[in-house]
Design a protein around this ligand. Structure first.
Ligand code: B12
Ligand code: SF4
Length: 477
């Protein structure tokens, strides 16, 4: 089972930090369906050199858009060696015809229903060319094969995912394309999720779920179950979930210390254009105050290049983020992934300028923006990163907190990630990434503790908002 990296990963100038964070859970999930007698290995090119000289019966490759070219090359190589090559994942789902030229079998959508079906067919020699997922459930999911994950190679070995998809419908997101033909948001049973958490060693967890708070009933039961487990964790959530009363407090009680929040844009016209309704008419500053009041650090996500953006967007966004005391920021250039509503709109308008998937890495302009040139967009994006992570900006951001301890944590965390990046790269290349975990835990633990009853943390947890699931949209939990 192979997770190929971006083509540039083989370059000596490759900076591995961002890509050595999380183990490949998709493949380890699929490996859970194999039999006890099956001999299997997972290779992740982000953190190790691939060994392609073996002769397996079956090769499974997970394909992201940015690794598609590399994935197809590896697939061709193994087919020449006589292996059966199975391709799946987000990019294969968007463009199955393209993938079929390099595969014996392709998989459309999530693998939990199609993969076991394929395995049974394969063992009988009756496998099909295309498997399309329709049954969407995480019930009876076998345990993820974490024994196949080389933990010491990752900065964050305890990544976990307890749901699939998201209840929202943003135009630029891969989500609708990937989950077409079935439910697009569903969770594990709470007990199964808690059991998975229990199996993970150490204290730190990183939830990779698109929107851990997407189903408030599920999330609140999960957080209640995690109380007292002594975990420290990070996750992703939306602005409206942060503002909803009740859930965030429960998450903090359960150990939430840092949240990735999709602010995306400060311009309401952009939100409407992308159908990001859950962010509209929301008070971003209030969401930030609420998170900081509860001792939760923020990784703010921002997207540049929507039609309402002109060249002034970069400076405005960065200054706002610094003034708000946002600890870390992730900037992206808007990228129309094939299969999304955004791609269709851009293609219909003749605005797609680049068709090389290697460049769809959210750092390059692959379309003609409306309010500036592609070159300006790329320059502004790079300047935004540079400006946000200047020492001066980090210090200003840290000073924006009311609380001295929160300011110190801001300084330690932001500088630790960005200012010492070359050092991280050395650690990763020396295959010692896993040994850095105690440092991360110390930052999250030492500064994040807030006794109940402190301003912003009610001793009694308030009631929960209603579930956003539509009637008839059943949950696994
Ligand atoms: C963790 C993560 C990363 C990690 C590690 C990835 C990894 N180890 O898998 C890192 C930091 C490296 C990363 C980097 C990037 N990422 Co990322 N990442 C994610 C994240 C948050 C979780 C992935 C995950 O583990 N999901 C949980 C598992 C269970 O699901 P899964 O991996 O999709 O696997 C399932 C199916 O896809 C399917 N499947 C997959 N492969 C196969 C193969 C077969 C044969 C079968 C049957 C089934 C199958 O079955 C699995 C079980 O259902 C996703 C968002 C998300 N929620 O998925 C974004 C996401 C995958 N990333 C994305 C992007 C854009 C990037 C970057 C380009 C960002 C950047 N600017 O650099 C880079 C490029 C990465 C690359 N190598 O090309 C996009 C992908 C868009 C696309 N169309 O490809 C996503 C969807 C985020 C988003 N909403 O836009 N990422
Ligand atoms: S909220 Fe995030 S994960 Fe959900 S559809 Fe929008 S961009 Fe995708």
């Amino acid at each position: 089972m192979i997770l190929p990296a971006l083509t540039e990963a083989t370059s000596p100038f490759w900076r591995p930090i961002k890509y050595s964070l999380f183990p490949p859970l998709g493949l380890a999930t699929l490996a859970g369906y194999l039999g006890a007698g099956d001999d299997v290995e997972i290779q992740d090119e982000h953190v190790e050199r691939l060994d392609l000289e073996d002769t397996p019966d079956l090769v499974v490759i997970q394909v992201y858009i940015t690794s598609a070219t590399r994935a197809y090359r590896i697939a061709d190589h193994y087919r020449l060696r006589g292996a059966h090559v199975a391709l799946g994942g987000l990019h294969v789902t968007s463009l199955p015809e393209e993938a079929l030229a390099h595969a014996d079998t392709v998989f459309i959508g999530p693998g939990e229903d199609t993969w076991p079906r394929f395995l049974a067919d394969f063992r009988r020699g009756r496998q099909e060319r295309v498997y399309r997922s329709t049954l969407r459930t995480l019930a009876d999911l076998p345990p993820i094969r974490r024994d196949l994950i080389k933990r010491r190679l990752y900065l964050v070995p305890n990544s976990i995912v307890v749901s699939r998809g998201c209840p929202h419908v943003c135009d630029f997101c891969y989500k609708d394309a990937f989950f077409a033909g079935g439910r697009s948001f569903y969770t594990q049973a709470v007990d199964a999720a808690l059991a998975e958490i229990d199996r993970l060693p150490g204290r730190h967890l990183y939830f990779l779920d698109d929107h851990l708070f997407g189903d408030p009933r599920f999330a609140s039961s999960l957080f209640d179950g995690m109380r007292g487990m002594g975990r420290l964790w990070q996750a992703a959530g939306t602005v409206n979930a942060v503002l909803a009363r009740g859930l965030l407090e429960r998450a903090v009680e359960a150990g939430l210390r840092s949240l990735f929040v999709g602010f995306e844009t400060l311009n309401p016209a952009n939100l409407a254009e992308q159908r990001k309704y859950q962010n509209m008419r929301r008070d971003y500053a209030a969401a930030i105050r609420r998170l900081h009041g509860l001792g939760v650090m923020i990784n703010g996500s921002f997207v540049f290049g929507m039609d309402g953006d002109d060249a002034s967007v970069f400076g405005r966004t960065v200054q706002w983020a610094i003034e708000q005391g946002i600890e870390t920021a992730t900037f992206h250039i808007l990228t129309p992934y094939p299969g999304t509503a955004l791609y269709q709109r851009m293609a219909a308008q003749g605005r797609i300028t680049v068709h090389d998937w290697d460049r769809y890495d959210t750092r390059q302009a692959v379309f003609a923006p409306a309010g500036m040139s592609g070159a300006e967009l790329e320059r502004g994006y790079r300047d935004a990163y540079r400006e946000f992570y200047r020492w001066r900006s980090i210090v200003r951001g840290a000073a924006a907190h009311d609380d001295l301890l929160a300011g110190v944590r801001h300084l330690a965390y932001a500088a630790g990630w960005k200012k010492f990046e070359p050092l991280w790269d050395v650690v990763i290349r020396a295959k010692r990434a896993g040994e850095m975990l105690p440092l991360l835990e110390a930052i999250l633990a030492g500064f994040g503790r807030h006794p109940a009853g402190r301003p912003g943390v009610p001793a009694e947890l308030p009631p929960l908002p209603a579930s956003p699931l539509r009637p008839g949209q059943a949950r696994a939990s």
